[in-house]
Write a new protein. Structure first.
Length: 328
């Protein structure tokens, strides 16, 4: 009887400890070797907002950097031609999962492996881009978070028209190698009639074509800026907007913080945090094909009042009331 009571006491103490302390760290469940999470993006530095979000999200889920997970982030210094090599390096390093941000980085990772799980963010339209065939049932080794560029493009036009009531023509700029741009521009054209504006598509593939386009933009026009890294389109069009007082709408508040007039789109860091949940599921045994692609949880409207004033514009109250971020 005393032996039975002792066993019961030991078991009870163990169960109580598990309840108080919670589940064991992830690395304790697989030995002392941390998970290796590879990162492929086309940023100039490793401290991209989505990567910050990923690390914060995994930390909140109990996966501490160094103890439970290590990050392998090949440096490409913003050179898209180095994406394929970075992805291959992570495959050779036997990453447990690869996290990507942006369409080009995701396609490079997809081409490099069909077995290592890939979780993406900052992909505007995963189906149109050829990354997955279905959002609900993403076959293969990819899943992730869509930044909803296609779904939100009409809303961007609405914000632009609200700030610039007399607007008549908007240039929809795209990069010729971006597979999803045609879908985005079609939706913009289809939705533009309700605002009384004409959306004019313009595709560029080289720096010369981009320079030629910029020369043709006239006072009274506006620009719908794509969220792609190729040719540094967003940065170049931001400079054009500010130098020539051409209103432009962006897909991220990042550009408004650097002087852009207005943006409406998914938050970069929040996408990384959201993707962290999917990464954690995969590290704990789930298959990417069993995890539906999610739409971005946090959509941000940002307005730069200083830029608006320099353009001779004023932000209506309905915009200010709805804005998540206002730069003064």
């Amino acid at each position: 009887m005393r032996g039975t009571r002792l066993i019961a006491l030991v078991l009870g103490s163990t169960i109580l400890a598990l309840v108080v302390q919670g589940p064991a760290p992830a690395n304790a469940q697989r030995g002392r070797t941390p998970y290796r999470v590879g990162v492929v993006n086309d940023a100039r530095a490793a401290n991209h907002p989505t990567v910050h979000g990923l690390k914060a999200g995994l930390r909140d889920l109990g996966l501490e950097e160094g103890r439970d997970v290590v990050y392998d982030i090949p440096a490409i210094d913003g050179d898209p031609d180095r994406l394929a090599g970075a992805a291959r390096a992570l495959v050779q390093a036997r990453a447990d999962v690869i996290f990507t941000s942006g369409e080009a980085a995701t396609l490079a990772a997809k081409a490099s492996t069909s077995t290592i799980p890939i979780v993406f963010a900052l992909v505007g339209d995963p189906v149109a881009a050829g990354i997955v065939t279905s959002l609900a049932h993403p076959t293969g080794n990819l899943t992730g978070v869509s930044s909803l560029t296609t779904e939100l493009v009409v809303k961007r036009l609405e914000m632009l028209k609200t700030l610039v009531p007399g607007l008549r023509r908007v240039w929809a700029v795209s990069h010729g190698a971006d597979p999803s741009s045609a879908v985005v521009i079609k939706k913009a054209i289809d939705g533009s009639a309700r605002f009384g504006i004409e959306v004019v598509p313009r595709t560029v593939l080289t720096q010369g074509e981009l320079d030629h386009f910029i020369e043709g933009v006239r006072s009274g026009d506006a620009m719908l800026v794509p969220d792609v890294a190729a040719l540094e389109l967003s940065a170049v069009l931001l400079e054009t907007s500010l130098a020539r007082r051409i209103p432009a709408v962006f897909s991220s508040e990042l550009w408004v913080s650097h002087g852009g007039l207005v943006s409406y789109g998914a938050d970069y860091r929040a996408q990384g945090t959201q993707a962290a949940r999917l990464v954690a599921k995969i590290l704990r045994g789930a298959r990417p094909s069993d995890i539906p692609v999610e739409g971005a949880d946090r959509i941000v409207l940002a307005v730069n009042l200083k830029t608006a004033a320099s353009f001779g514009l004023s932000a209506p109250r309905q915009v200010l009331f709805r804005a998540d971020m206002i730069r003064r």
